[in-house]
Design a protein around this ligand. Structure first.
Ligand SMILES: Nc1ncnc2c1ncn2[C@@H]1O[C@H](COP(=O)(O)OP(=O)(O)OP(=O)(O)O)[C@@H](O)[C@H]1O
Ligand SMILES: [Mg+2]
Length: 380
């Protein structure tokens, strides 16, 4: 096989079929204090070539879900139910990743699915030069490549993420934080996977570098057509780059749908709270508000909706019944989203609130009030 055969295709068809179907996936941590249902009955689909964003406060189960998908979870995590159907490329039959034994799972990592973690330093081997680390991954899928072919491929991958090929001979500590993070992204793309899972890939770098890295990822994704599951705390950013968004709270998906639709019309009060805590993507500027209170203790979840104790719209039934995800009626042309809420928000009410929050006097108010409400919630 020539190096040219190994290069990533310049254009790949963007299909709309499912790539990954996560069905009722549950992951628990078996701790001395009890079972922590960190990922509870999660059902989500990732389509070929799309970007699915996942947002939620800390401890909502995002990383647990991602590591379970790649079967990288460690004790005391246990996948206690559900399936993850992966539709492999190349005419191979679909597989359930939950049920594959490690011998069958291992070849899929890097080649078909790869992951970019938050901390590049923890993922790169500090005592190996980049070249050796890249060569290990490249030759997993292409064991017959010659040294020259491997080097050509490393040069190509480094260039793809804006790193001069000379750095192949560097150790990780000789790179800046941004370069390390970009190396991880290049490594994740080394075997041309269909899905790249990114867990807060840019939180360890400054905002300018964050933007540069994300722009590079988007350009590569557009050119090469791989699908991405992207987790980041920055909901505005996620909404900007994702095709669809899933919102997690207390280990469950509470809303999922088209990114633009969710931004314009969040159905779940938690989604609305997250959205209103970040500056809007474009004008008009509106007042930011926090979400009062703190995320639930997963060892002691309330009987009803886990968000009810913090929800400004909660009614009596919310405290008694746990809502399931259900299809929301849509007035737009887009595909209807799903929300797990007994009393989903009304589109007109959201529009009125947005207009109200965008009034100049409202915007001029109060970072202080925002801080006060957040502190009050944290003390509750
Ligand atoms: N090794 C572990 N043992 C016990 N509980 C754990 C373990 N790892 C995570 N958890 C619990 O699982 C829940 C979900 O954690 P997870 O790391 O998946 O959240 P997250 O949404 O990724 O948060 P963050 O945004 O802070 O990264 C949390 O309540 C956490 O305390
Ligand atoms: Mg996490």
């Amino acid at each position: 096989m020539t190096p040219t055969d190994q290069t990533l295709p310049a254009e790949r068809d963007h299909h709309t079929g499912p790539l990954l179907e996560i069905r009722n996936l549950s992951v628990r941590y078996l701790t001395e204090a009890g079972e922590v249902p960190a990922c509870d009955d999660v059902t989500l689909t990732v389509r070929r070539g799309e970007i699915l964003g996942i947002a939620g406060e800390s401890a909502s189960g995002k990383s647990t879900l991602l590591t379970a998908l790649l079967r990288l979870q460690r004790t005391p995590a246990v996948t206690s139910g559900g399936e993850v159907i992966f539709h492999r490329g190349g005419g191979r039959p679909p597989v359930d990743l939950v049920r594959l034994d490690e011998r069958a799972m291992s070849p899929l990592r890097w080649s078909d699915l790869s992951i970019v973690m938050q901390s590049a330093m923890a993922c790169l081997n500090p005592v190996m030069r980049l070249r050796a680390q890249f060569a290990d991954v490249i030759t997993l899928k292409n064991p017959t490549m010659t040294r020259g072919q491997v080097d050509e491929r490393i040069t190509e991958l480094l260039r793809m993420v804006g790193i001069a090929p000379d750095y192949a001979t560097a150790y990780p500590h000789q790179l800046s934080g941004g370069m390390r993070q970009r190396s991880l992204i290049a490594l994740a793309l080394a075997c041309d996977p269909d899905l790249v899972v990114m867990d807060e890939p840019t939180t360890a770098v400054d905002v300018v570098m964050q933007r540069t890295i994300l722009d590079q990822v988007l350009a590569l994704q557009e050119r090469l057509g791989f699908a991405i599951i992207m987790v980041t705390h920055d909901l505005s950013l996620l909404l900007e780059i994702s095709d669809r968004i899933a919102i997690m709270y207390g280990g469950r998906v509470v809303e999922v749908g088209d990114a633009a639709e969710i931004y314009a019309h969040p159905r779940h009060p938690y989604t609305q709270g997250l959205r209103n805590a970040f500056p809007p993507l474009s004008e008009p500027v509106r007042r930011l508000t926090g979400i009062s209170g703190t995320p639930p203790n997963l060892l002691n979840l309330p009987v009803g909706c886990a968000f009810a104790p913090r929800c400004p719209h909660a009614q009596d039934d919310c405290l008694a019944l746990r809502p399931e995800l259900r299809t929301m009626p849509t007035t737009g042309a887009g595909e209807p989203g799903l929300a797990a809420c007994l009393h989903p928000l009304d589109r007109d009410e959201t529009r009125r609130q947005d207009e109200d929050a965008a009034r100049p006097d409202a915007v001029a108010v109060d970072s202080e009030a925002l801080l006060a409400s957040t502190m009050e919630g944290a003390q509750r």
